[in-house]
Design a protein around this ligand. Sequence first.
Ligand SMILES: [Fe+2]
Length: 202
Amino acid sequence: MNLWLASLVLLAATGSTPVVGLPCEGCEAVFDGLPANPPAIARIAPAGEPGEALRIEGTVRNAKGAAVPGVVVYAYQTDARGIYPRDDTAKTASGARHGRLRGWAKSDARGRYRFDTIRPAGYPDTNVPQHVHMHVIEPGRGTYYLEEMLFTDDPRLTAEQRRLQANGRGGSGLVTPRKDATGAWLVTRDIVLGQAVPGYTP
Ligand SMILES: [Fe+2]
């Protein structure tokens, strides 16, 4: 069974069909460790993880701009060395590969979600910029990945990557880091459900 088919079978088994935005490599990981009822405020990196503190916050909206509660946002990232620290407790190969720096937050009544984590690093010895991968689990739509989150202050970020982000999946993943009162990094990543996702009809 190829990966695409395996993903489809697994997604169907979760009862979350119909699915959009396929193929979705590694989508089984989104459900691997998924809490029964994710909080609106969650962690990606655990407290104490080395690195610079980062808060990601945003609002989940539909194409008309209305806030959407009850959407699970899944995120995973590299550590401060640019490595995905392998999670050997994961049940799936893709879950293990996404690593132990991953988390789930469910949008609250006002569509808001938040992750506390650290700033990721770009992959070592490459030009790959800092990024955070994201998916949503949207009721009735299954899961689909969003444009990865990229940081405008990252010197590795190219003009082409910025351009591609403008009409990305789920809205732009470009974020501009700022510091909060405690000196921690703060970014806003709003999500537009279904934007630029193949097969998605409002
Ligand atoms: Fe990555």
